[in-house]
Design a protein around this ligand. Structure first.
Ligand code: CP3
Length: 340
């Protein structure tokens, strides 16, 4: 299937593009009334993610309604622990919850490395989405980075500090490495299954990168991200490590094409630290979209000016907040598309 719009893939590979491609992390979700309607037709987020026809429908909504240059498959990073034997719940207004956690060798024995087969509902959704997209835009697959997945599996829920997960790195480093390796192997199998089903670029989300110091980040996160990047060589890879400003130079040695920036990372400084051999993705503050349409356009233009036409995929610096007006999202997207 020939892509009608392959700007994202060309920008990722550093090839020339007529204009900068744009998409948003969390573009499929509660900002869209059309998403909320589909979600209300089922018991909740998990049933939606596990129903391939509906997952495909909400994956495509932002392509139709917002005009983004990529779709990202509707799922969650927490499907990997579930596939390994640790189920999660999504508690309304509170977020994810693991009724059981993993804190000892005995807990570890109850888990297995996923070969990807438990996640048939995701690969089925990818097949359906690809067919329905009919080559309009590329489809992004994704997974959590092993450290972020480890943090949820040990802690059991979201946290500002993830102190239980960080405690483990100090008190049980051998156990920590064992669990991280199991997550890594499962993630590689899962991403390969996504690619076989039709994902054309993959992104790793290390949402809790920023709570580790540089040495621990190298040992407990980058090492595993690096294994994943090396294992996947058929599609371009993006690594988004939120808050890992201290690791930007080290990340330039990863075998990935694109590094995601959050809005705390200066653009010129990031380019200096990472070099010219990677595409940078990001990085407008998601809160900038609370401004007036005029302010959103000014902020988006300033961001584009700062990237100075170098290898760039436009995005926010983190996921779009659920209470943002979709009209402001459209202003962001249109400003990027009309930028010359
Ligand atoms: O980007 C997309 O549009 C694709 C879908 C996607 C979701 N989650 C759907 C979702 C992606 C890429 C994710 C990744 C994800 N999930 C991350 C990494 C990115 C980041 O934000 O840092 C993390 C940390 C999670 C874990 C997670 N899932 C949390 C903390 C929450 C609750 C917070 C919230 O927004 O309610 C979720 C739930 C979730 N994942 C929703 C969606 C659309 C909201 C569920 C709902 O419809 O109520």
């Amino acid at each position: 299937m020939q892509l009608k719009n392959d700007l994202l893939l060309r920008a990722a590979k550093g090839e020339s593009v007529e204009r900068t491609p744009v998409w948003l992390m969390r573009q499929a979700g509660r900002i869209l009334p059309e998403y909320r309607k589909v979600r209300e037709s089922v018991s909740g987020f998990i049933e939606l993610a596990q129903t391939p026809d509906l997952a495909a429908e909400v994956t495509i909504q932002p392509v139709d309604l917002l005009g983004v240059d990529a779709a990202i498959i509707f799922s969650d990073i927490l499907v990997i622990p579930e596939a390994m034997g640790l189920p999660y719940e999504m508690v309304e207004k509170r977020g994810p919850l693991f009724p059981e956690t993993v804190r000892s060798e005995a807990d570890l024995k109850k888990l297995h490395v996923s070969d990807g087969s438990e996640l048939r509902y995701v690969t089925d959704a990818i097949h359906i989405t690809k067919k329905a997209l009919n080559g309009r835009v590329p489809l992004i697959g994704f997974a959590g980075a092993p450290w972020t997945i480890f943090a949820y599996m040990v802690e059991g829920h979201g946290s500002k500090t993830f102190s239980k997960a960080r405690e483990m790195l100090y008190t049980q480093p051998v156990f920590s490495h064992k669990l991280l390796q199991m997550i890594t192997d499962s993630t590689i199998n899962y991403l390969k299954a996504q690619i076989e089903s039709g994902a054309q670029l993959i992104q790793l989300f290390d949402s809790w990168a920023g709570i580790l110091g540089p040495d621990q980040y190298e040992e407990f996160s980058l090492r595993y991200i690096s294994q994943i990047c090396d294992a996947i060589d058929t599609v371009p890879k993006t690594v988004f490590a939120k808050g890992a400003f201290f690791a930007r130079e080290a990340m330039s040695s990863l075998s990935c094409e694109t590094i995601g920036l959050d809005w705390n990372m200066g653009i010129a400084e990031s380019r200096r630290l990472i070099g010219d051999s990677k595409t940078l993705q990001g990085n407008l503050d998601p809160a900038a979209l609370y401004g007036t349409p005029e302010q959103v356009a000014v902020a988006a233009t300033r961001m584009m000016d700062e990237f100075k036409g170098s290898r760039h995929i436009a995005n926010l610096g983190h996921g779009v907040y659920p209470d943002i007006d979709p009209e402001k999202v459209k202003v962001f997207i249109e400003t990027v598309k009309n930028y010359r």
